[in-house]
Design a protein around this ligand. Structure first.
Ligand code: SF4
Ligand code: SF4
Length: 240
């Protein structure tokens, strides 16, 4: 069923936007510019990410191939993170964004456990430049930029034009045309979450393979550095 999946009816409010992302895996070159842009946009601390690019090598020398798979919150139409949050800190905006109200978050991590995509993380406490800490965070589809008519930071920075963002309720938008013209897959459709990130190209088996691959090399070394330098730090008690 997943190959050829087309957009399902929105659970959002009629007449509103239905923001979605298409990721064309044929065009991703694994440059990690999107990961860097996102880190810069939100001052995302070492060791956590709002978006990553998974890497998987296949084949045997000299016939090898490297696959890349950008990952982020799917801004699901039926999000289990929202259903399971005991304080309604996380919610589904009528235009499709799944967002966080930091002041309500008690960092109970229920949403992290509920998300089948590992798309959430806990921010460290006592950060240098940003006051928000000790709460759960995730990708916002850059709602603050989108409301001003800008593309999300990762989309604007994407060197391969692999990431495309737009309104699925607008039949003339690029995302609508891409979803209509191409076979697309979403991640873990069997979970019933109705993800709003659509991947072009891969066979389901290949998508799942890369989905299960280790984090990108850049992300891994970032993580290793973070753990090495902060293990035991009082600033990260309860986080590490
Ligand atoms: S990907 Fe995870 S965090 Fe994002 S909306 Fe879906 S369930 Fe929630
Ligand atoms: S910026 Fe675009 S091309 Fe580069 S890794 Fe991210 S998705 Fe792939």
């Amino acid at each position: 069923m997943p190959v050829g999946l087309q957009a399902e009816p929105s659970l959002g409010v009629p007449g509103k936007k239905r923001w979605a992302m298409v990721v064309d895996l044929r065009r991703c070159i694994g440059c990690m510019a999107c990961v860097c842009a996102d880190k810069a946009e939100y001052d995302v601390p070492l060791g956590v990410w709002r978006t990553i690019v998974k890497v998987k090598d296949t084949g045997h020398y000299p016939n090898t191939k490297r696959h890349f798979m950008p990952r982020l919150c799917n801004h699901c139409d039926n999000p289990p993170c929202v259903r399971n949050c005991p304080t309604e800190a996380t919610y589904k905006h009528e235009d499709g964004f799944v967002l966080q109200r930091y002041e309500r978050c008690i960092a109970c991590r229920t949403c992290i456990a509920a998300c089948p995509y590992n798309a959430r993380h806990v921010l460290p406490k006592n950060r240098d430049r940003v006051k928000i800490g000790g709460v759960v965070d995730k990708c916002t589809f850059c709602s603050h930029r989108v409301e001003k008519g800008l593309a999300p930071a990762c989309v604007q920075t994407c060197l391969g034009r692999s990431r495309i963002f737009g309104d699925l309720n607008d039949p003339d938008s690029e995302v609508s045309k891409l979803v209509a013209r191409h076979k697309t897959v979403v991640l873990k459709p069997e979970k019933g979450t109705r993800p709003q990130v659509y991947y072009i190209k891969p066979e389901r088996a290949q998508t799942e393979q890369v989905f299960a691959a280790p984090q990108s090399y850049a992300a891994r070394s970032d993580s290793e550095a973070f753990y090495k330098h902060n293990r035991g730090s009082k600033f990260f008690s309860g986080v590490l």
